[in-house]
Design a protein around this ligand. Structure first.
Ligand code: TRP
Ligand code: SF4
Length: 333
């Protein structure tokens, strides 16, 4: 008789910043797709977290939420395998946030490197708010309210998960073992550079979006920067520093093509236009089935909302169970 193996519970979330690009796809979603094959996955839209920075103009939030979920579904995040839900639909996150706030020393939050970095980077926004300082406390609640064991995140989020572990340990120490200590699952993700050679990001205006039509993908890659030291056709180039190679050939070209590029680039045997032309169709082809599914989903946003509603209720049931334990442990209720 087959013994059903208990699947490890995974939780991760994304702030709804609008439609997703190839950086999200290779950096996050491909990992989620792999994980949902054999883990108990919870993926959620962190709309409250979005408000920590977007509170002064939340007008785009509703559309961004639905756009992002459509992107998740169109790449193959599967609601029959994973629980796909909305943070603000599970009020238990907020309740746990309040309780964790009682036991989180201010110094832990003020010392958080991501916090300090963002304060100085996002200068156009006033982030001297209680909510922004408490960002990692809410994130901790997001994770442990599902008693999640592993949290797949990129390196930029690692300090937050470290803080979540510390807060969890403190809770367990004060009130008795209640939560598993969540582990960081540092996701190996390829670097995806945008058309200007910087990290692909919506705010740099250098992104290729999952829903960019073929002619847009073609134009963006054709005009993309290459090895900036290769000024003229007769100059040799270096694929290892070229954004076209790093973001596209290494992810979309077969070995033979990559060899051809290496050889041709370093000897000035091929030009950049030719080089780009050899990879563009592969990118377009990879996006085609995603865009096909996307078109279907866009036609039927009610179905997307129905998935989100159903799964948010599923998530809530788990969160409610946890909160029963938490209230008991803290002498409440
Ligand atoms: N802070 C994460 C980000 O900006 C999003 C997030 C919120 C999250 N809560 C989480 C990620 C819990 C993992 C687990 O990407
Ligand atoms: Fe980049 Fe290709 Fe041009 Fe070399 S030939 S610099 S790899 S675009």
């Amino acid at each position: 008789m087959a013994v059903e193996k208990r699947r490890v519970r995974i939780l991760s979330g994304m702030r709804p910043s609008g439609k997703l690009h190839l950086g999200h796809y290779h950096g996050v979603l491909e990992n989620w797709l792999e994980l949902q094959r054999d883990h108990d996955c919870y993926f959620f839209v962190a709309d409250w977290h979005a408000l920590t920075t977007e509170y002064s103009d939340p007008s785009g939030l509703r559309d961004n939420i639905i756009e992002m979920v459509i992107d998740w579904l169109s790449v193959g995040i599967d609601p029959e395998r994973s629980v796909i839900f909305l943070q603000s639909g599970v009020k238990e996150h907020a309740e746990l946030f309040v309780l964790l706030a009682m036991i989180t020393p201010l110094g832990w939050l003020e010392r958080n490197p991501t916090y300090k970095e963002q304060l100085s980077e996002l200068k156009d926004k006033d982030l001297h708010t209680f909510g922004f300082l408490g960002y990692p406390v809410l994130q901790t609640a997001d994770i442990i309210v599902y008693r999640a064991e592993k949290v797949p995140v990129g390196i930029d989020q690692a300090p937050h998960i470290e803080l979540a572990r510390e807060i969890t340990r403190r809770f367990n120490y004060l009130y008795g073992d209640t939560f598993p200590e969540p582990q960081t699952l540092l996701t190996e993700s390829p670097k995806v550079l945008g058309t200007d050679g910087r990290k692909m990001s919506k705010s740099y205006n250098n992104a290729i979006y999952l829903d960019d039509p073929p002619e847009v993908v073609d134009k963006k890659i054709r005009t993309m920067v290459t090895d900036t030291a290769r000024m003229k056709r007769r100059d040799p180039g270096n694929p290892d520093v070229c954004p076209v190679y790093i973001s596209f050939h290494s992810l979309y070209s077969d070995e033979e093509t990559r060899r051809w590029v290496r050889e041709g680039c370093t000897t000035a045997g091929i030009g950049c236009i030719e080089c780009k032309r050899s990879v563009i169709p592969n990118v377009i082809e990879r996006l085609a089935p995603i865009q096909e599914r996307r078109r279907e989903l866009v036609k039927d946003p009610d179905r997307v909302r129905a998935v989100l509603d159903r799964d948010t209720a599923k998530a809530r049931a788990v969160a409610q169970e946890t909160m029963e334990m938490v209230r008991r442990a803290m002498g409440l209720g």
